[in-house]
Design a binder for this molecule. Structure first.
Ligand code: C2E
Ligand code: CA
Ligand code: CA
Ligand code: CA
Length: 279
């Protein structure tokens, strides 16, 4: 790739000479993206498999840069985490989702909850509970209508801030979801200590479900285990009718994936899934 000088405007599709260079570039861009409000939340429906009704949705962060190009959260969330920007960003995500939930609930929809992703870095900050309480107050939202998606590993972290805040969030009434389940430590007994509501089974187990009997056995075992511990189960990344039928037959309660609906921006979501025209 051609080297650019400090004050040259970098082209968006540049190749970076190193991953460090890419990271530094992304971090600077992300700072200005937050400032210039280039970020938005998309929403993806979550389905009750027994009734096929939508019960809620997951908020997923999107960055559309000045050139109109989508930057994947898989690329920029880690950058936000390493730079500490994730804390401020996380508060913005929570505020935006709470405001959206309030609006949709006011319009008399039967949305039970909005699910937001919480990075382990956010929970290490001792102010997390205080800040999220303030946001609940500002937007007049009941924590029982907010689900926090937290990866397995976070629950096993020895950080006292994380441990105590996870407990307090459960006591406050937030719904707690274990995200990407099966990819990490898989200590279900440990999870029992927290007020966990639902286990989200990672997409990697669902992808080849039709053809791979081993995956089917794994999913079956996870559902049996989690159900016996009293957690609900949700499968992520359901793309085909057959996958949906298989996980339903295995006793899984909830599903999410392109089959039921792709993540989309708020107005589009309202129109497609809750029958509201441009609100
Ligand atoms: P995740 O939390 O596991 O989110 C699910 C990802 O799977 C999303 O990708 C979603 O668009 C995608 N997905 C949903 N259904 C299907 C399907 O049927 N097939 C396939 N192939 N993919 C499906 P997305 O939005 O690109 O997000 C990627 C990851 O970035 C998320 O994984 C999460 O770890 C992170 N992320 C996204 N938004 C946020 C956020 O607001 N905060 C934090 N901390 N992380 C976020
Ligand atoms: Ca998630
Ligand atoms: Ca997930
Ligand atoms: Ca994932």
């Amino acid at each position: 790739a051609k080297k650019s000088g400090r004050n040259t405007v970098l082209p968006y599709k540049q190749e970076y000479s190193s991953s460090l260079e890419k990271k530094i570039f992304l971090e600077e861009e992300l700072r200005s993206a937050i400032r210039d409000e280039e970020l938005m939340l998309y929403y993806q429906p979550i389905i009750d498999l027994s009734t096929e009704k939508i019960v809620g949705c997951e908020a997923l962060l999107r960055w559309i840069d000045r050139a109109g190009k989508f930057v994947s959260p898989v690329d920029f969330i880690p950058v936000a985490e390493e730079s500490g920007l994730i804390y401020e960003l996380g508060n913005w995500i929570n505020a935006t989702a709470f405001k959206q939930l309030k609006l949709w609930q006011t319009l008399h929809t039967d949305m039970k909850y909005i699910s937001v992703n919480v990075s382990p870095h956010q929970l290490q900050n001792a102010d997390f509970v205080k800040d999220i309480q303030r946001l609940l107050d500002i937007h007049n939202v009941d924590p029982r209508h907010i689900q926090l998606e937290i990866t397995e590993g976070t629950f096993l972290q020895e950080s006292l801030n994380t441990q105590s805040q996870l407990r307090i969030l459960g006591e406050m009434g937030f719904r707690l979801a274990i995200d990407d389940f099966g990819t990490g430590y898989s200590s279900l007994a440990y999870l029992k200590r927290f007020a966990v509501d639902v286990i989200k089974i990672d997409r990697s187990f669902v992808m080849d479900l039709e053809d791979d009997p081993a995956d089917r056995d794994i999913v079956k075992a996870i559902i049996a285990m989690t159900t016996s511990l009293g957690f609900d189960t949700l499968v992520e990344g359901v793309e085909t009718r057959e996958q949906s039928l298989i996980v339903g037959a295995l006793g899984c309660g909830y599903g999410q994936g392109y089959l039921y609906g792709k993540p989309t921006f708020a107005d589009d979501y309202a129109e497609q899934y809750i029958g509201l025209k441009s609100v």
